[in-house]
Design a protein around this ligand. Structure first.
Ligand code: BEZ
Ligand code: MG
Length: 567
């Protein structure tokens, strides 16, 4: 039976000893469904080239699920009409093919196949879809824009936005993108989603740990803030129990503390790990946040219901001044960029994970907002890290996930590690995802499994990368640095390394293509696996290691020109 055959096939989902087959089967089905439904990037964007029909279709499908102009997205609208998932997909396919890509009247298409009346927003959804399609068709303007720049001429500006979230408004590409008006951050929509993130995070923490987190350590990035109109920032406000206060022109001039009675729970303290790009871009938001933390610390409220105040008093008791004790926003000194942790990993310049944590707490100990202006406050950072129960970051788009870049483990991952070292105990790490409007919060272990299955080990993902030759192969090579990075910072499960080695090294056809496209990338794949083993992050057997060694020497020889790299 299926469950017997499945035993051992999914190391990330072992069947529990007393689990009846039928129950296990449901868990497996749910897991496979999650991976199957996961939106992933499909190869790289080719500058100036419009996506083909299938890719355009996938993007339109996802974009139409985002709520816009106060109306629910397509899937939510269909479910509200009582339609099941199969029916929903059938209708969506027909509408996209016939009305968005074709020009048939949407009401006619709907009535020809659906038994219920259409949702009110049907025509708007189709208009949005057509706008996205038309916008994507103008990718050629990217090249025109580059030529104009080189001639020193003007390029039309536009808000930087993600096409799934912002839909037709993010297109066409090839414009001079800029951030949004910082006086309006977070937007009302972002505020709603940020509140939802905070609620789910707190529910999850209470379910796992039985109590409110005293302090949430949170990473904020600039690009994500621009694309999501400040969802991460909104989550900070929600945790602390605050909301934007707007003037007559709808500009935010303060973050107002909600009364504890309205909040109905303690104010959670937030220790912010901001990117230096955020520091350079959103000074206004930093000032408003710093002012909020100061007021929260000084509020006439019992410390057991106001953790900002409780942490401030504890820091005072450790000899820090009031000014120091209210600092909550940290990053690098002015002029410096990057937490330094991912660089240590990239260059292999570390032995113990303590060194990674120390890099984090020394390089990122500069506080900002209000009058702080980058003053070094390492004792405050370490003191605050010692109160962090949960580290959190909001991921705004499918474009980059945990294993797609060094920065997730360089920021929120490193913060978790530093908090664990400061406390001498485990600290949770969760990510919120809001790609299409639905908010989900998952822990890093779960999301890393999803990334492994849906991307790294998924032939759809790596074949589309290999099809791009040198650059696609480089992307694959980099992922092995990222797997190692996660292993170094927190944990990378053994099966991921095992299967990644099988997929990219021991499958001769994949390895040969990788080598041919980009021998340095192939070398990185093999050397990072050997490094993971050497550092005790992956336990490979002797035979596997010997094979890796042999392949590594081969690639090295070729790179040094001893042999010839296959054409
Ligand atoms: C950002 O602020 O958008 C950012 C900075 C560094 C790495 C990734 C994102
Ligand atoms: Mg992002």
């Amino acid at each position: 039976m299926v469950t017997t055959r499945l035993d051992g096939a999914l190391p990330e989902l072992p069947r529990l000893a007393d689990q009846p087959p039928a129950v296990y089967r449901v868990r497996v089905e749910r897991w496979l469904e999650e991976i199957d439904q996961r939106l992933i990037t499909d190869g790289l964007h080719v500058f100036g080239a419009a996506p083909d029909r299938q890719r355009a279709r996938t993007l339109i499908e996802a974009a139409l699920d985002v709520p816009r102009h106060g109306a629910a997205g397509f899937s939510a609208a269909c479910r509200a009409l009582g339609l099941g998932d199969d029916e929903l997909r059938r209708l969506r396919n027909a509408l996209i093919d016939r009305s968005v890509m074709g020009r048939e009247d949407p009401a006619r298409v709907w009535s020809s196949i659906a038994a219920v009346a259409p949702p009110a927003q049907l025509a708007d959804l189709v208009t949005e879809g057509r706008g996205i399609l038309a916008g994507m068709g103008r990718c050629g303007e990217e090249l025109d824009a580059v030529v104009r720049v080189l001639e020193g001429r003007y390029i039309r500006p536009a808000f930087g936005a993600d096409p799934i979230r912002a839909g037709a408004g993010a297109l066409p590409s090839g414009r001079n993108i800029h951030g949004m008006d910082p006086w309006r951050l977070p937007s009302e929509t972002a505020m709603e989603r940020g509140r939802r993130m905070a609620e789910i995070l707190l529910e999850k923490h209470r379910a796992d740990r039985g109590d409110w987190p005293r302090t949430v350590g949170q990473t904020l990035w600039a690009m994500d803030t621009i694309k999501s109109e400040g969802e991460g920032l909104a989550a900070v406000l929600a945790l602390v129990g605050a909301e934007p206060e707007r003037d007559g022109q709808n500009k935010i001039f303060r973050f107002r503390l909600l009364p504890l009675e309205t909040l109905g729970r303690p104010r959670i303290d937030v220790l912010l790990d901001i990117s230096s790009v955020f520091r350079d871009t959103f000074q206004m938001s930093l000032d408003l946040l710093d002012d909020l933390f100061r007021r929260a610390a000084e509020a006439d409220e019992p410390a057991e219901l106001n953790y900002v105040r409780a942490n401030t008093l504890a820091l005072r008791a450790q000899g820090r001044s009031h000014e120091e004790s209210t600092a909550r926003i940290f990053t690098q000194a002015r002029g410096l960029y990057g937490t330094g942790v991912d660089e240590l990993i990239e260059e292999g310049q570390w032995e113990q994970s303590d060194e990674l944590a120390t890099m984090y707490t020394t390089r990122n100990a500069h506080s900002y907002g209000g009058r702080r202006n980058g003053a070094a406050a390492p004792e405050v950072l370490r003191g605050m890290l010692g109160t962090v129960d949960h580290v959190f970051q909001a991921i705004d788009s499918v474009e980059y996930g945990l294993t797609d870049m060094t920065h997730y483990y360089g920021h929120s991952g490193a913060m978790q590690l530093a908090a664990q070292k400061a406390r001498g105990q485990g600290v949770s790490l969760s990510y919120a995802e809001t790609f299409t409007g639905e908010v989900s919060v998952r822990d890093s272990v779960h999301l890393l499994r999803v990334e492994a299955r849906a991307k790294i080990l998924n032939p759809k993902w790596f074949e589309s990368m290999l099809a791009h030759g040198h650059s696609g192969a480089a992307e694959i090579g980099n992922r092995f640095t990222h797997l190692l990075g996660w292993g170094a910072i927190s944990n990378m499960e053994q099966w991921v390394f095992d299967d990644a080695a099988k997929t990219y090294v021991f499958d001769e056809s994949v390895r040969k293509r990788l080598e041919a496209a980009n021998p340095e990338a192939a070398r990185n794949v093999v050397s990072r696996l050997m490094e993971a083993n050497g550092r005790g992050l992956w336990k490979a057997d002797e035979a596997t290691l010997a094979k890796l060694q042999g392949i590594y020497s081969d690639i090295e020889d070729r790179l040094e020109g001893v042999g010839t790299v296959a054409a």
